[in-house]
Design a protein around this ligand. Structure first.
Ligand SMILES: Cc1ncc(C[n+]2csc(CCOP(=O)(O)OP(=O)(O)O)c2C)c(N)n1
Ligand code: SF4
Length: 284
């Protein structure tokens, strides 16, 4: 058991009071602690945005990378050292907007990593522009006449793209989110958790209350291995918001089939016996 206090950093979160990122941060620390994963074996990668500050607040390894790029960075980490537990944390603009290409390819590739998207349906850090999950018709500073675009349905898209573990959590229910995250980390393959994460400052529509009025927890009667049923659940949003593991399938992960990876490259000894001069001469 890793004590929770071991995972708290000296740096204190500077999110707005009440921001949904606080609840999800608590869940990330709890999951690592309850699973007893040594903090030095965890890497958390993020992109840019309010959410992406999270790696600064968990006492593990972390990479605060560039906008939309947590997935390729994390993939490199996992391939270099498959012994590590690799988590990613990003906002919806980061994950489903600028990082959309990486999102789809990571899912079909099925690298064994866990992706949490803090979905507040707005750009928080840049002060309230419409994001890929903002509702159609929503008025924001970038859509003063109402958002003309159809929002991305990340759960539906993830199932269609080949993700092998697709879930939804809620920052307002930390215990439930922690339990989903523990299952996602234990899942062999790519896991997505779309996290309802209210932005209390710039999104006055999709509030904690808005989520609570629509959310319900999937019970034992839901069969997450049934793709058609999972798609039905995905399409309930936004009228109803099912929380829990929506879809799951067993499939070999990228590392199981990419047999060119013989062991942690990161642990290979780089000896002095490499003759760099020969290589340089070859290009003269
Ligand atoms: C290449 C690039 N384009 C745009 C930006 C500006 N930018 C920074 S964060 C952000 C969006 C943040 O929204 P989201 O990803 O939803 O995260 P949140 O802040 O809501 O947690 C944007 C557009 C940037 N940093 N880099
Ligand atoms: S702007 Fe929104 S997302 Fe960013 S810290 Fe404040 S409440 Fe959270």
């Amino acid at each position: 058991m890793v004590e929770l206090k071991q995972l708290i950093t000296e740096a204190k979160p500077h999110w707005c009071p009440g921001c949904g990122d606080f609840g999800l941060l608590m869940g990330v620390r709890q999951a690592i602690s309850e699973l007893g994963i040594p903090p030095e074996n965890v890497v958390i990668a993020s992109g840019i945005g309010c959410a992406s500050h999270l790696p600064n607040y968990v006492q593990t390894y972390g990479i605060h990378s560039i906008h939309g790029r947590s997935l390729p960075v994390a993939t490199g980490v996992k391939l270099a050292n498959p012994e590590l537990t690799v988590l990613m944390y990003a906002g919806d603009g980061d994950g489903y907007g600028i990082g959309m290409g990486h999102f789809i390819h990571s899912m079909r590739r099925n690298v064994d990593m866990t992706y949490m998207v803090a979905d507040n349906q707005i750009y928080g850090l840049t002060k309230g522009q419409a994001s890929p999950t903002s509702a159609e018709g929503m008025k924001t500073i970038s859509t003063p006449h109402g958002n003309p675009e159809t929002p991305v349905n990340p759960i539906f898209l993830a199932i269609a793209s080949g993700a092998t573990f697709v879930a939804r959590g809620f920052a307002g229910d930390v215990r439930h989110f922690t339990d989903i995250l523990k299952q996602a980390i234990n899942h062999k393959g790519f896991s997505l958790i779309d996290c309802m994460q209210p932005c209390v400052t710039y999104n006055k529509i999709n509030t904690y209350q808005w989520v609570q009025q629509r959310a319900y927890k999937l019970g034992p009667d839901h069969d997450p291995t049934n793709m058609a049923l999972a798609i039905d659940k995905a399409l309930e949003f936004p009228d109803k918001i099912p929380l829990g593991v929506i879809y799951k399938q067993d499939k070999p992960s990228y590392l199981d089939i990419a047999n060119y990876i013989k062991g942690p490259v990161a642990k290979e000894k780089i000896g002095n016996d490499i003759d760099v001069k020969k290589l340089i001469d070859a290009y003269r």
